[in-house]
Write a protein that binds this ligand. Structure first.
Ligand code: TRP
Length: 336
């Protein structure tokens, strides 16, 4: 992330610490973040400021932030290669978010589908933060002058709004922000819920059978795969209308490196029971090193503290450069 003369593009992404990361987060996003470290200057953050738009229990939140941070490291995000930090430890996010919220229209925020969904789901707590959330996300991205932002489809609308706000600010003053683009990964798979394979696997799913987490042990993983919802057919093949089997085949293919054709051949003449067991075992084996490294890291509090503190200091430095420019352009008076 050092702003040197090297021309590598900047990538920024974030993930909320609202639960243990799922297999879907891992295969669909984090695993890809790890690969991107080789080619880009990457910044990855735990988006804890975002997570309080929904009520959180303080002790649990604190534990989840640390666990989420350790998970990124355990998955292979390397603090020597990437900037990795906790959002609330970098005050510039909240500061720029305020400025940007003054350049974001009420109408624009009202059109955000995630706001509509979340306010319907948490009707007793439709707070202003839930509404202005995209301005905070814009600040996250624009502070680091990110070129590319790996996000799922559910976040694309927020990214488009980020661009609109950045263009508006740049036009009102002068070039200040790099315009970010969505990054659609070459590798990466959309993993669906095991309980309802028409829905994306989500860590906030009320049905715990819908997802497997990165930290689940072998027994839990195998049990959940055994229960995975499939169809009344018996053949393991990838086909329209077989959402459950398609999802299991995708998962198996990603964790074993086999193609879908190879998977189909491997299970020819075998039933769903055998297949589900094989997927469960393969996933469990695949996640074992992550699970073990996570456990080791969480027990090494001093190391974690050192990594996130160093990450926060570096992030603050980079973020402050952008924030100072913005404050100057807006007309604020700097401390002398
Ligand atoms: N809003 C994203 C989510 O809920 C997380 C996030 C916060 C993010 N800031 C970001 C993602 C900046 C990409 C870039 O998934």
């Amino acid at each position: 992330m050092e702003q040197t003369t090297n021309q590598k593009k900047v990538i920024l992404s974030g993930i909320q610490p609202t639960g243990v990361f799922t297999l879907g987060n891992y295969l669909g996003a984090i695993r890809n973040w790890v690969v991107l470290q080789e080619e880009y200057r990457c910044a990855y953050m735990i988006a804890d400021l975002h997570s309080i738009t929904v009520r959180q229990e303080p002790a649990k939140l604190r534990q989840q932030i640390l666990s989420a941070f350790a998970t990124l490291l355990a998955c292979g995000i390397d603090p020597e290669k990437s900037l990795v930090f906790i959002q609330s430890q970098v005050p510039q996010h909240a500061e720029l978010s305020w400025v940007l919220s003054c350049y974001t229209q009420f109408g624009e925020l009202s059109r955000m589908t995630q706001f509509k969904d979340k306010s319907a789901k948490h009707a007793d707590n439709v707070n202003a933060g839930l509404f202005t959330y995209p301005a905070l996300m814009a600040a996250d991205i624009l502070l680091y002058q990110a070129d590319l932002v790996p996000v799922g489809v559910d976040q694309k609308q927020h990214l488009e709004l980020t661009r609109d706000v950045a263009v508006r600010f740049n036009n009102a003053y002068s070039d200040t922000f790099t315009l970010p683009e969505p990054y659609i990964p070459k590798v990466g798979a959309k993993i669906m819920s095991l309980a309802d394979p028409t829905k994306k696997m989500s860590k906030s799913d009320e049905n715990p059978n819908g997802f497997v987490t990165i930290l689940d042990g072998p027994d839990v993983i195998i049990r959940k795969f055994k229960r995975a919802v499939t169809d009344s057919d018996t053949r393991v093949c990838y086909a329209e209308g077989k959402d459950g089997i398609n999802n299991l085949m995708t998962i198996y293919s990603v964790v074993t490196g086999k193609t879908l054709d190879e998977v189909e051949r491997e299970f020819e003449g075998k039933g769903y029971g055998d297949f589900k067991l094989a997927v469960g075992e393969a996933v469990s084996d695949h996640l074992r090193p992550v699970r073990e490294e996570h456990k080791r890291l969480l027990a090494d509090k001093a190391y974690l503290e050192q990594v996130y503190s160093e990450g926060a200091r570096r992030a603050q430095q980079i973020a402050q450069r952008t924030l100072s420019k913005v404050y100057r352009k807006v007309g604020f008076v700097p401390v002398k």
